[in-house]
Design a protein around this ligand. Structure first.
Ligand SMILES: *Cc1c(COP(=O)(O)O)cnc(C)c1O
Length: 332
């Protein structure tokens, strides 16, 4: 929903560029180093999308026939077009976690023993924040015990950090501390940070080198991509500060929704920029979203009686207040 800001467009227009397939784009190289530094990893790789970041990590860390443990509400399991089977020939093992979060015992129990008849469990993927569960944060201690359980079972770990910026904002935990438990981790520049394109996948130098080769094979090699990387660098410097306001508004929206008889939500459960609520009255999710759309307030149908709202930097103060009054007017 976000559009590039004025300053971002300026940074894109004046970016220094080269051919990134040859590793010669100075702005792409700067972005990769910057994000690898923030995540405390050896190397970074600029990719066109979060899906590609996830799929490159899966491809680089598995062999066909392997199994990958994910949470049942995860993006990898639900919203990546079957890519793990299509591109890497792996099978996903979805577990029903706690609001999108995998438990250490649950992973230990799911890791298969070596046996000719079984798939080889190879990798565990966590998502922080957990989108479909409502932007839920995995706390650092939780991730650390998850990682201990995975290592004990000889599994590698991958972090889908599309919204890791939000987890860091909400907890004060540095990005690198969150990423430390994982072999590979990525962050999105195009979600809350508001860049038009891109994510950066980080990890050990050899894994990132393999991901780079695979990125070319998947059709993600880009040429003068510095114009896009410049938007990402700008977003990191100038747009991160807005995440706290998104979180405060999400909480306020949840409090407003909780007061309306047509909806059910626990405002305490809203930790970041995502607000997921249930419809309890005559209106199902589709009709609520339709009514709001007619008033210029956009939300997403997330289930028959479930609606998702996402707060972001392009929502103006007036726009936010208008959303609140439209909700009260129609559903009060
Ligand atoms: C959006 C998202 C992705 C995919 O990112 P794209 O850039 O849209 O491909 C992956 N994981 C999570 C949790 C997401 O929210």
């Amino acid at each position: 929903m976000t559009r590039p800001s004025e300053g971002m467009r300026e940074a894109m227009a004046t970016a220094e560029v080269g051919d990134d397939v040859y590793g010669e784009d100075p702005t792409v190289n700067r972005l990769q180093e910057r994000v690898a530094g923030l995540l405390g990893k050896d190397a970074g790789l600029f990719v066109p999308s979060g899906v590609m970041a996830n799929q490159l990590a899966l491809a680089a860390c598995t062999r066909p026939g392997d199994e990958v443990i994910v949470e049942q509400s995860s993006h990898i399991f639900n919203y990546e077009s079957g890519a793990p089977a299509l591109l890497s020939g792996v099978q996903l093992h979805p577990l029903d976690g706690d609001r999108g979060r995998l438990g250490p015992e649950q992973v230990a129990a799911a890791a298969r023993p070596p046996a000719d008849v079984m798939p080889r469990t190879r990798l565990v993927c966590a998502e922080n924040t957990a989108n479909k569960a409502g932007g839920v944060v995995y706390r650092l201690e939780w991730l650390q015990s998850l990682a201990r359980a995975a290592r004990k079972a000889d599994l590698r770990l991958h972090l889908d950090g599309a919204r890791l910026w939000n987890a860091a904002e909400a907890t004060g935990t540095p990005l690198a501390d969150f990423a430390a438990s994982f072999d590979t981790a990525w962050v999105a520049l195009s979600k809350g940070l508001g860049a038009p394109v891109g994510s950066v996948l980080c990890g050990p130098a050899d894994t990132v080198a393999e991901a780079r080769r695979l990125r070319k094979a998947f059709g993600g090699g880009m040429r003068q991509a510095g114009v896009l990387a410049a938007a990402g660098l700008y977003a990191i410097e100038h747009h991160r500060a807005g995440l706290g306001r998104d979180h405060a508004r999400a909480r306020r929206l949840a409090e407003v929704l909780a007061e309306l008889p047509a909806f059910e939500i626990d405002p305490e459960a809203v930790e970041t920029n995502i607000v997921i609520f249930e419809t309890t009255g005559a209106d199902d999710a589709a009709s609520v979203v339709d009514t709001l759309d007619g008033e210029g307030v956009r939300m997403t149908v997330f289930g028959p009686r479930t609606v998702r709202a996402a707060l972001h930097r392009d929502v103006s103060e007036a726009g936010f207040e208008r959303a609140v009054s439209v909700l009260r007017e129609h559903f009060g």
